[in-house]
Ligand binder design. Structure first.
Ligand code: ZN
Length: 283
């Protein structure tokens, strides 16, 4: 179990398990001879990805960032992704109940980031976190509803439309504070309205950059995901993120890293950004 403190807040990684995605799609224009040194591909060229959510207990609120893939995929899709839908078991291990969640933040609405927002109850989608208010950017929801031919396969309406209908989903317009110490900031690139979650307590800072930097293998600014809609913005926004994150040694939580779910950002030996595991001494 991955748990630490940040000022007055308690941070816990909760995992929905792993899934498999096409290695080429995950690394975009980076040649396989380069990325296969970092990620092992199987005979179908897929690589393992983690599905990490972050629980922040502020003392006043229990905030869940991202809800994984969930258990609503049909058999055919599940056979492709080979995901395990373990988030609720991870809740049990952490001794937390879904009823205790006050706030859910979705960085964007791709199926692998908001899957446990809902689950099927007697065949109908119901909120998995019944007491929670869910937050997403209005522009992201608009894009999801557009069902654009480029990326409509990434969106599953049952993950958000039922929550919009019952009033649990609140729409944000740009950078916003959700509760004291937890705010969201737009870093477009992966999608136009992707929101990075910022967590501050006791002069310490953690960030959940989501698919802006999905795992430690994508720390290099030019190593962007093939799915990114605006890759040049991804590169510029990774630089913008590092300008503060590296000198201030932010604790960064990686949404898709099954090996290193979080680490403190710094510049490594070759002058490239790296994440130092929690507890590992500098030098
Ligand atoms: Zn995504």
């Amino acid at each position: 179990m991955h748990r630490t403190t940040l000022g007055d807040f308690e941070l816990t990684i909760l995992s929905d398990g792993t899934y498999r995605a096409d290695g080429g799609a995950m690394f975009g224009i980076i040649p396989k001879v380069m990325w296969e040194k970092r990620a092992t591909a199987d005979e179908r060229n897929t690589i393992a990805l983690g599905v990490n959510s972050l629980l922040v207990r502020t003392g006043k609120h229990n905030v869940l960032i991202e809800t994984g893939i969930g258990n609503k995929l049909n058999e055919k899709t599940q056979a492709i992704y080979r995901n395990q839908a373990l988030l609720l078991q991870s809740f049990e291990q952490a001794k937390v109940s879904p009823d205790e969640i006050d706030i859910v933040i979705n960085t964007h609405l791709h199926f692998d980031h908001c899957g446990w927002n809902t689950h099927y109850k007697q065949g109908k989608p119901a909120a998995t976190f019944p007491r929670a208010t869910y937050y997403v950017q209005e522009g992201e929801l608009e894009h999801a509803h557009e069902q654009h031919e480029r990326d409509r396969v990434s969106y599953m309406t049952d993950n958000y439309d039922p929550l919009l209908a019952n009033g649990q989903l609140k729409l944000l317009r740009g950078d916003s504070e959700i509760v004291p110490g937890i705010s969201v900031k737009i870093y477009s690139g992966h999608t136009r309205d992707l929101q990075v979650v910022m967590i501050r307590s006791g002069h310490r800072i953690a960030a959940y950059p989501s698919d802006l930097i999905c795992d430690a293998k994508h720390l290099d600014p030019t190593w962007t995901i093939g799915y990114d809609l605006y890759p040049l913005e991804s590169i510029a926004n990774k630089h913008r993120f590092y300008q503060q994150a590296i000198p201030q040694h932010w604790l960064v939580v990686f949404t898709h890293d099954h090996e290193l779910p979080w680490g403190h950002l710094e510049i490594g030996e070759k002058g490239r950004p790296m994440a130092r595991p929690i507890g590992q001494k500098v030098g």
